[in-house]
Ligand binder design. Structure first.
Ligand code: ATP
Length: 317
């Protein structure tokens, strides 16, 4: 095989708690991450010369070495120089469907797909946990994107514990195309405003992170109870993003007042807001109502659902 087509799903955060500062300068987090049906499509081909090339259908996606997919390929060439010499370079095509800079891990899932694709192209036979370990060096969300489904992520977000899969909870996502929230800004502002409540002791950090495992939302996930999950959605970053971005706050309020919405929350550092539903029909209905309430063409709306997997191979030649 010299070409693989991969499906790279986005994620939402059902839960995001900032526990404290870590000695390495990152934040200690406790998150619950959920893969969703909205996905990018990534083709990975072997090419005869020793280069990495990236193409994308989306103007905001860089095609140089700042692209996380490019960085993933570069990492593989460094880690496996013999396979690189044997199989040659890699061409990566990104068909971007996931909104960019949206809090949906678009870049991270592309990087995860490239790790999986090159592992297959070069017949490396890496295990899922080896791929996740490589992914952790590229970004905190990459390991989750490899395996996907539903998981608790602690540490910087790279330490994963799988949870029972949540299938078919329906979702409406809303994002203003031209609105971007800088993730570093969101965490920095949170630290400035709320850092005095951080846990500082390393043992207490670990204890708090592990307490999340027995929290209410985890119990609701074990029961696959969409209504209870929706009542326990949480995202600390809303405390800084909602006051600074009135459009995000407005989306939250509109969703909260729609019939059929089980719960609504911002994903990651935003600006995407999501709402959860029992049925696809309810989700489609609310999408229409939100479109009527905000007739701004800059607003993108998607209906999708929870899925139980991360990167998947669609085809190979
Ligand atoms: P996360 O949820 O992991 O914080 P995000 O969904 O908020 O990520 P991305 O879509 O990954 O954000 O984009 C963040 C920035 O990364 C963009 O502004 C873009 O320029 C850059 N970028 C690099 N590689 C990619 C990629 N493969 N896809 C999208 N953006 C990329």
């Amino acid at each position: 095989m010299h070409s693989y087509s991969l499906i790279a799903p986005a994620k939402i955060n059902l839960y995001l708690e900032i526990i404290g500062d870590r000695p390495d300068g990152y934040h200690e987090l406790a998150m619950i991450l959920q893969s969703i049906g909205l996905a990018d499509y990534i083709d990975v081909h072997s090419i005869s010369n020793d280069t990495i090339r990236v193409h994308s259908n989306h103007p905001q996606v860089p095609t140089d070495n700042s692209n996380l997919a490019y960085k993933a390929a570069e990492l593989m060439t460094r880690q496996f120089p013999e396979a690189f010499a044997k199989y040659g370079g890699v061409e990566i095509s990104i068909n971007k469907q996931i909104p960019v800079a949206a809090g949906l891990a678009g870049g991270s899932t592309n990087a995860a797909a490239v790790l999986v694709g090159i592992d297959l192209l070069w017949k490396l036979g890496l295990t899922q946990s080896e791929l996740e370990e490589l992914g952790a060096t590229l970004g905190s969300d990459v390991p989750f994107c490899v395996s996907g489904g539903t998981a608790i992520a602690t540490g910087r977000g790279e330490q994963l514990s799988p949870l029972p899969s949540l299938d078919k909870i329906y979702i409406v996502l809303a994002k203003y195309r031209s609105l971007e929230v800088s993730t570093p800004w969101a965490y920095k502002t949170y630290r400035q405003e709320f850092g005095n409540s951080y846990i500082r002791d390393t043992n207490d950090l670990a204890a708090r992170a592990s307490a999340v495992h027995s929290g209410e939302i985890v119990k609701a996930i074990a029961l696959a109870d969409a209504g209870k999950i929706a009542q326990k959605l949480h995202n600390d970053l809303e405390r800084v993003v909602l006051p600074a971005y009135p459009q995000v706050l407005q989306l939250r309020e509109i969703f909260a007042n729609q019939e059929g919405v089980l719960g609504t929350m911002m994903s990651g550092s935003g600006p995407t807001v999501f709402a959860l539903f029992e049925s696809e029909q309810q989700a489609e209905q609310v999408k229409l109502h939100v479109r009527e309430a905000i007739s701004d063409e800059d607003l993108e709306l998607f209906v999708t659902r929870t899925i139980t997997h991360g990167i998947q191979v669609a085809s190979s030649i």
